[in-house]
Write a protein that binds this ligand. Structure first.
Ligand SMILES: [Zn+2]
Length: 75
């Protein structure tokens, strides 16, 4: 289970329980999050930590795109 996105309405959680990926919205992260579809429970701390780690690692993809645009405009 992981946080896919943070919205003003809450957090979009993606769950892969029962080998079927599904997502649901959580208004606020309490101690733990339970999936309404398969009942799997995850600790909010672990979800939040994983989310922050992925956020800080994501700029790499954006850099590649920016570089590609710069090279294109120079040529
Ligand atoms: Zn689930």
């Amino acid at each position: 289970m992981y946080i896919d996105e943070q919205l003003t309405e809450g957090y979009v959680i993606v769950c892969g329980g029962h080998s079927d990926q599904h997502s649901f919205l959580v208004k606020n992260l309490s101690l733990s999050v339970q999936c309404p579809t398969c009942g799997e429970v995850a600790l909010s701390v672990e979800l939040a930590t994983d989310f922050v780690m992925r956020q800080s690692g994501s700029p790499n993809g954006q850099h590649a795109r920016i570089n590609g645009t710069l090279i294109g405009s120079e040529a």
